[in-house]
Design a protein around this ligand. Structure first.
Ligand code: PLP
Length: 282
């Protein structure tokens, strides 16, 4: 372990702690969703407040049941947090249904803090995390216009665009541009699903036309549960701490690469186990 890596983003005791508000679902098995958000924030030295969109009865193998929060209960959580804590960045994970997308949209449209929106519609285990009418239209109209950055993976991007999944760098660049045209200021299109030696994501930053490839060595592991949630929260943590988008994405990618590299050490389940959020510490 490189101790400087573990502590690189931790504020000194005299600086006010930065807060990320995570609006996401709970994964009862602790690897993804809100649990991943809290752990990732902990690893980055930011304080994570939460507004839970749904309880999922879930483990790395399957989502057994989804119990959505009511719109009023979600809004009450958000308002209670914002009444007393400053949200320096907002992370959106599983929203789950159209009513909750509308509730979240009503909130984020008035916010100045950066919004990192992970358009989560399903789990790697194959189960859906969405109930209701066409999520693509709802996300495009109600979430993306208020997002500082969106973080789709390749299947999510293809779904949102109504296109085939990108398989080449040129297609990824085109899809990143097409997604940005839907209203988000920046797009991080994650290439983790491609079978290439490097895990290359494309970041199309605000005001830029050419998406920049950001590559890290691909980690060969069976255990990546919660990696998408954690990446988005790591970006939110960096933005909350004042990093630029490019710096925040680079730091988040490095963190996830470590969390994936060490996931097998948790030795919890044979397949699709969670990433190791605290790999720098234990
Ligand atoms: N469950 C919840 C509640 C989530 O928010 C997410 C986030 O992406 C997932 C599951 C996805 O898990 P996985 O990383 O296995 O796709």
């Amino acid at each position: 372990m490189d101790p400087s890596e573990a502590t690189r983003n931790i504020p000194t005791s005299s600086s006010p702690t930065r807060v990320v508000l995570a609006i996401a679902g709970s994964d009862s098995s602790g690897g993804a969703g809100i649990a991943a958000d809290i752990k990732t924030g902990g690893a980055f030295g930011v304080f994570v407040a939460t507004a839970i969109t749904a309880l999922t009865a879930q483990n790395p193998e399957r989502v057994a049941a989804i119990y959505p929060t009511s719109p009023a209960a979600l809004r009450a959580q958000i308002d209670a947090v914002c009444e007393s804590l400053p949200a320096h960045a907002i992370k959106l994970g599983m929203l789950g249904n159209p009513e909750l997308v509308r509730t979240v949209s009503d909130f984020i449209r008035d916010q100045n803090a950066p919004v990192v929106a992970d358009p989560v519609l399903g789990a790697t285990s194959g189960s859906t995390l969405w109930q209701g009418e066409d999520p693509a239209t709802l996300y495009k109209e109600l979430i993306f216009p208020y997002a500082t950055v969106i973080t789709p993976n390749l299947p999510e991007a293809a779904f949102l665009l109504g296109e085939n999944t990108a398989t080449t760098d040129a297609q990824m660049e085109d899809q990143a541009r097409a997604l940005q045209a839907m209203g988000a200021k920046a797009v991080l299109l994650k290439g983790g699903h491609l079978d290439t030696p490097l895990a290359t994501d494309y970041l199309l930053a605000s005001g830029e036309y050419t998406p920049q490839p950001i590559s890290t060595p691909r980690v060969a592991t069976r255990h990546s549960h919660g990696s998408g949630c954690s990446l988005a929260t790591a970006i939110a943590a960096g933005l909350a701490q004042g990093l630029t988008m490019k710096q925040a994405v680079a730091a988040a990618k490095t963190y996830i690469q470590g969390a994936l590299s060490h996931s097998a050490r948790l030795a919890l389940v044979p397949d699709n186990g969670p990433v190791h959020h605290f790999y720098s510490y234990w």
